[in-house]
Design a protein around this ligand. Structure first.
Ligand SMILES: Cc1cc2nc3c(=O)[nH]c(=O)nc-3n(C[C@H](O)[C@H](O)[C@H](O)COP(=O)(O)OP(=O)(O)OC[C@H]3O[C@@H](n4cnc5c(N)ncnc54)[C@H](O)[C@@H]3O)c2cc1C
Length: 458
């Protein structure tokens, strides 16, 4: 394949989600003439239908939960109620603000934004279906950042009102009296927190025998004990929702032969990559279940063609997409950079939160490490006791031979922040011995780590 050096742009980024946006920003900052192509709203999933609106709803739910539990401080609050429409308006207002800020940034930085659906004609040539016709542009390099959409299993019919995905869920157009959530990944778990706090009776249906399959088993068990059982949330494990028919009521036919009736169903069964109709087949680029294979430098099998974010299927998180975007641009510039997925943290913003990074205990064992484990509890942490938030666990996974910290799994208040320290430690491949010498402010929630490092060091 010949390389075209006489092009309209240095870089074309297809998809203006957080991955594509951060790649375009970094490229422009580094002096590359960059075009960013987007066929829907600027900001993609995270800003419009994912992280941002869901965290705004969780913030409302968390505030309500706090107000409902003030007795331990001797504070009584009466007549607590919420206005669904205002909670939803807050979330959509945050979306609007962040999307507008992002659009202004692209303008200020001089990134060319092209609105329309892009398709690759050649590795360095893109055809865009815009409102005013077809536009063809070329670039030295192209980054595919086309993201993902909710995956809906066969047999489930979506009507967007009574049976819907997170795309509609984040708009909070209703708080149904009864809702069934299909899937117990972090999205299902976060919505169970939101809906149960807002007064819905929640049932979670999980096809696997274990709830929260993505988490370390200790965290999964603790999540069930803290986030599910005390909250009037019913769970069904090892049960498949074979057929779901929208309506009032919604009917769910289960693999057990039972039929459930409910007011609404939120389908949270994972995400599928946006890689169709991108021209990949014509270019001979094979996908794996639709995901675009990339190396650790974010290069595809075709020279000058890169892919980042959810469409690569690697840790489908906003900050992963952003980090991959920066890595891709640095490699385009000739600076060798690669991704270190082990040090990327993840969180579920439930109340309390779950934060984790690195390997789970089973993963570390499967990789052949001589695994050491320590567990500390928020029940023994002075700050957590003072705040009345003593539910939670901190589990460290380390290599007994080298002392390297392999993973950290935390369920407790501010877990998403606490785990960040372990992310930095794992990025540097720090050893437990040196971590045990760190000094943590007293009294802080981060002392769960202080105690864990010291116990692991022995
Ligand atoms: C409910 C929910 C909550 C979430 N919460 C979190 C969280 O708390 N933290 C976190 O890190 N992650 C979270 N995520 C995941 C996060 O949103 C995604 O990992 C992230 O948005 C992926 O970014 P991306 O840039 O790869 O793709 P996307 O954000 O999906 O963006 C891709 C963009 O490409 C555009 N596009 C696609 N095809 C074309 C084409 N042919 N031409 C032009 N444009 C095209 C799309 O319109 C889209 O705007 C959440 C997701 C959901 C659904």
């Amino acid at each position: 394949m010949s390389t075209n050096t006489d092009t309209d742009y240095d870089l074309i980024v297809i998809g203006a989600g957080v991955g594509g946006f951060d790649a375009a920003k970094h490229a422009t900052h580094r002096g590359l003439k960059t075009a960013l192509v987007e066929c829907r709203d600027m900001g993609g999933t995270c800003i419009n239908r994912g992280c941002i609106p869901s965290k705004a709803l969780l913030a409302a739910a968390g505030t309500l939960r706090k107000i409902q539990h003030t007795e331990i401080f001797g504070i009584s609050v009466e007549g607590i109620h919420y206005d669904r429409a205002k909670v939803a308006a807050h979330a959509m207002g945050v979306v609007e603000k962040i999307r507008t800020d992002m659009t202004k940034t692209t303008e200020k930085m001089g990134i060319t934004v092209l609105r329309g659906k892009a398709k690759l004609l050649e590795p360095q040539k893109v055809h865009i279906e815009t409102d005013s016709g077809i536009q063809t542009i070329t670039a030295k390099d192209i980054i595919l950042a086309t993201g993902s959409e909710p995956f809906v299993p066969p047999g489930i019919e979506i009507d967007h009102h009574t049976v819907y995905t997170s795309d509609e869920g984040v708009r909070l157009e209703q708080v149904p009296p009864r809702i069934v959530i299909i899937g117990s990944g972090y999205i299902g778990l976060e919505f169970s927190d939101i809906y149960s706090t807002l007064g819905a009776q929640v049932t979670i249906i999980e096809a696997l025998d274990q709830l929260f399959p993505g988490f370390d088993p200790d965290i999964g068990r603790m999540a069930e004990r803290i986030l599910i059982k005390p909250r009037n949330i019913r769970t069904m494990k090892g049960v498949l929702a074979k057929k779901i028919t929208p309506g009032r009521p919604v009917r769910i036919e289960l693999s057990t032969g039972e039929t459930l009736e409910t007011d609404a169903v939120l389908v949270a069964t994972g995400r599928r990559p946006n890689s169709q109709n991108l021209g990949l087949e014509e270019l001979g680029l094979e996908t794996e279940r639709g995901f675009i294979p990339v190396d650790n430098r974010m290069a595809t099998a075709i020279p000058h063609l890169w892919a980042i974010g959810d469409v690569t299927g690697k840790m489908m998180l906003a900050h992963t997409a952003s980090a991959q975007g920066v890595v891709a641009v640095e490699n385009i510039l000739g600076h060798e950079r690669s991704m270190d997925y082990r040090s990327i943290p993840a969180a579920a913003f439930t109340h309390p939160e779950i934060g984790f990074v690195g390997l789970t205990e089973p993963q570390a064992k499967a990789e052949g490490y001589k695994v050491g484990i320590v567990r500390t509890y928020f029940g023994g942490n002075s700050k957590a006791i003072a705040q009345g938030e003593t539910d939670g666990i901190c589990k460290l996974v380390f290599d007994q031979e080298s002392g390297e910290l392999l993973g950290a799994h935390i369920l407790g208040p501010e877990a998403s922040l606490i785990v960040q320290e372990c992310s930095a430690a794992i990025a540097k491949r720090d050893k437990i011995e040196s971590l045990a010498r760190l000094v943590h402010t007293h009294p802080t929630l981060s002392e769960v780590l202080d105690e864990a490092y010291k116990r692991a060091a022995g």
